[in-house]
Design a protein. Sequence first.
Length: 155
Amino acid sequence: MGNLANSIEDYLKRLLTLSGAGYIDIKRKELSNKFSCVPSQVNYVLETRFTLEKGYLVESKRGGRGYVRIKKLKLSPRSSLIHFLRELEGGLPGEEHAKGFLYRLYEDRFLSLRELRLMEAVLEGLDTLEENPLKNKIRRDLLRQMLVVLLKFDY
């Protein structure tokens, strides 16, 4: 499903970029017809690629005139960083949550591709650890330290 999901994601992001309103309204059925897939595949893309961590708000209205509204949130990267650092204090992020946040910073041009890849490599290095209670704590601490360094350089 990766290729199809990537195509749907790219299409929706392109529509968002072209939208002067800052959001788009789509119909699942029309989108699934365009990509020759079932509506559940569109749902998969919406649920995994357009999350709050990645900077999107997805609203859904069911029924005959139903639609899905996708809105790109407009938070400054600095305020996003501070918010995420506060989140880290309260809990242990999973791998997908951490990566989603890093991709959002990259998409907002707060991180360069090089910085993104370096941070991903550090976090992926944790995969060598067997599953244990410390893994998420180490991920949190590493991510926190990397983000604090970014804030110190006042990006």
